[in-house]
Design a binder for this molecule. Structure first.
Ligand code: THU
Length: 130
């Protein structure tokens, strides 16, 4: 089973595949499923800017599309001064497939990290239609 440190390194590695000709702002993510599978993702931009897919969501969608819906932990890297702050859309998508207690490690360009949880990133989230 990969540990947090390995997920951090895999997130940094994933950012190397980022397709960012417009923003030049590579993001990488790596997540672990309940049974220990790892999925990596990067941001993928488009000339039609709104079609961009964030790095975190790429990793999550890769896992879900392979049949893994129970996600346990994620690390997210951005070339930012402070550890990257995931966008609101990605927080909402995380809520769908992680428990609120799931560990999220945010990583800055210099390797500095902040550890938080999915629930702390999006409190009082919209989760169902009841
Ligand atoms: N981006 C992510 O991949 N994740 C985030 O949480 C924030 C933003 C990407 C989208 C776009 O490719 C670039 O960063 C600049 O917004």
């Amino acid at each position: 089973m990969v540990d947090t440190n390995q997920l951090v390194n895999l997130a940094i590695q994933a950012s190397q595949h980022a397709y960012v000709p417009y923003s030049k702002f590579p993001i990488g993510a790596a997540l672990k499923t309940k049974d220990g599978r790892v999925f990596q993702g990067c941001n993928i931009e488009n000339a039609s800017f709104g079609l961009t897919n964030c790095g975190e969501r790429t990793a999550i969608f890769k896992a879900v599309s392979e049949g893994y819906r129970d996600l346990k932990e994620i690390a997210i890297y951005g070339e930012t001064k402070e550890p990257i702050s995931p966008c609101g859309a990605c927080r909402q998508v995380m809520v769908e497939f992680f428990q609120p207690e799931a560990k999220v490690t945010l990583i800055a360009k210099n390797g500095q990290t902040v550890v938080t949880t999915v629930g702390d990133l999006l409190p009082y989230s919209f989760t169902d239609l009841d």
